[in-house]
Design a protein around this ligand. Structure first.
Ligand code: NAI
Length: 468
């Protein structure tokens, strides 16, 4: 028998968009439920994305450091890989973090309704539990926060053994001798790096003539050079036309996108990482008259969809598919529902690639500024001239600041080097306050730290960098 409950907000999806919306709604005193079909809250990010991948990136970086970096510091060790333990510590971290969200739900009185949610008309969400039983939630507002799933490639069948996607790449039981990554985006390069550090030979097949599309071109070139030095082999401008798997490996057929003879590449494991697509399957969008665009994204205006009382946030809507973008939209959406002034500054959404070296950016790239006809000045500083990076033997990379030629306002910052993912936040704050490069240039930074390179790059905008 259908059970009916009245809510202010029902959120479909318990990832960074959904769980942050649920917690913020609870904080603001709204009666809220979050419908999630996984066994744990946290969505892709916590369960099979950002968090487990970072656990493996950290552990594999430590392993490689111990193998090849410690000796020059005067530390002699003979590391031995314990892959089951590496997977276990990853799973333990995920377990603790997903439980943390469950705790926050309790604290802020947000209900987690377990099962698959479907919109069944205005103000109605039907939840189908694992045992097949259904309940209907009545609500004033529905938020769609169903996220995204890995895109597929015709002819390349993911079996999560020989051909894996980002989920399968997190649980490979033995280090493959050779790994081929399809797609030189963030996922391919991060997860590929994990397995290369643990001993796999790594090749990357990319359709475009460059890696990490969307990132600043100069940074992408430096990053490719660095990965090549680490032994990664790139096949750029190539398209994959098919894959055959056997008990021993995968044969990939690839051909130049510009035309030319096909070739066969062989690998023990192939990682398919050609992007993600919005997840809206069986969501009942029709029941409220919402039409996703041809790529599956839901159009919104300040998180409002075309259906009254139905909102959408995160990967299922347009913009970068990033957990922190979804989190900010979650808070803004709930605040708008609660009659407050919710707002997201889309000019200040940072991006980070957690490889070695790390890559981080915020704001406009040089290519975007040129295309928009904006006059800008550049300040640049290499980590090779930064004392802390130098003594740590991690002097690869640089910081580049792009500032408006007339007003000096910071328009974009692009970095490759040590710990830049942690440091980009400094420029996010500066940009959020409408800061000029001079504001950063005249801010005292501690010495000796890598963060001095951020200041020196800002000083470079007016040409007074202290560099030998
Ligand atoms: P992506 O869009 O960043 O990169 C996919 C790459 O695959 C592109 O370079 C594209 O040109 C290439 N490609 C597409 N079709 C191809 C084909 N047929 N043959 C060869 N290459 C092909 O997508 P990715 O890396 O899968 O990541 C998906 C999303 O997840 C992105 O929006 C990313 O920002 C996000 N993400 C962010 C992370 C972070 O913030 N550190 C970590 C993981 C994912």
């Amino acid at each position: 028998m259908a059970d009916q409950t009245q809510y202010d907000v029902v959120i479909i999806g318990g990832g960074p968009g959904g769980y942050n919306a649920a917690i913020r709604a609870g904080q603001l005193g709204l009666k809220v439920a979050c419908v999630e079909m996984r066994k744990t809250l946290g969505g892709t990010c916590l369960n099979v994305g950002c968090i487990p991948s970072k656990a493996l990136l950290h552990a594999s970086e430590m392993y490689e450091e111990a193998k090849t970096g410690f000796a020059s510091l005067g530390i002699k060790v003979s590391p031995e890989l314990d892959l089951p333990q590496m997977h276990k510590q990853k799973a333990d971290s995920v377990d603790q973090l997903t439980k943390g969200i469950q705790f926050l739900f309790k604290k802020y009185k947000a209900d987690w309704v377990k099962g698959q949610g479907r919109i069944a008309g205005p103000g109605k969400v039907v939840v189908k539990a694992e045992d097949g039983s259904e309940q209907t939630l009545e609500t004033k507002n529905i938020i769609i926060a169903t996220g995204s799933e890995p895109s597929r490639l015709p002819g390349v069948e993911v079996d999560q053994k020989r051909i894996v996607d980002s989920t399968g790449a997190l649980t490979i039981p033995d280090v493959p001798k050779k790994l081929i990554v399809i797609g030189a985006g963030i996922i391919g390069l991060e997860l590929g790096s994990v397995w290369r550090r643990l001993g796999a030979e790594m090749e990357v097949v990319e359709y475009l003539d460059r890696i990490i599309p969307g990132a600043d071109g100069e940074v992408a070139t430096a990053f490719q050079r660095s990965l090549t030095k680490q032994g990664v082999k790139f096949h750029l401008g190539m398209k994959v036309t098919g894959a055959t798997t056997s008990d021993t490996g995968v044969k990939l057929t690839v051909e130049p996108k510009a035309g030319g003879p096909a070739e066969t590449l062989e690998a023990d494991v192939v990682l398919l990482a050609v992007g993600r697509r919005p997840f809206t399957e069986n969501l009942g969008l029709d029941s409220v008259g919402i039409k996703a665009d041809p790529r599956g994204f839901i159009d919104t205006d300040h998180y409002k969809t075309s259906a009254p009382g139905v909102w959408a946030i995160g990967d299922v809507t347009h913009g970068p598919m990033l957990a922190h973008k979804a989190e900010d939209e979650a808070v803004a959406c709930i605040e708008l529902i609660a009659g407050k002034a919710g707002h997201v500054n889309y000019d200040v959404i940072p991006g980070v690639i957690y490889t070695t070296p790390e890559v981080a950016w915020v704001g406009k790239t040089e290519e975007e500024l040129k295309a928009a006809g904006v006059a800008y000045k550049i300040g640049k500083f290499p980590f090779s001239a930064n004392s802390r990076a130098k003594v740590n033997h991690e002097a690869e990379g640089f910081v580049k600041v792009l500032a408006d030629a007339t007003t000096d306002r910071i328009l974009g910052v692009h970095m490759i080097g040590p710990s830049v993912g942690e440091m980009i936040g400094e420029y996010c704050v500066a940009m959020e306050f409408g800061g000029a490069s001079e504001d950063v240039a005249r801010t005292c930074h501690p010495h000796p730290t890598r963060s001095e390179a951020l200041r020196q790059a800002a000083m470079g905008v007016e040409g007074w960098t202290m560099q030998a």
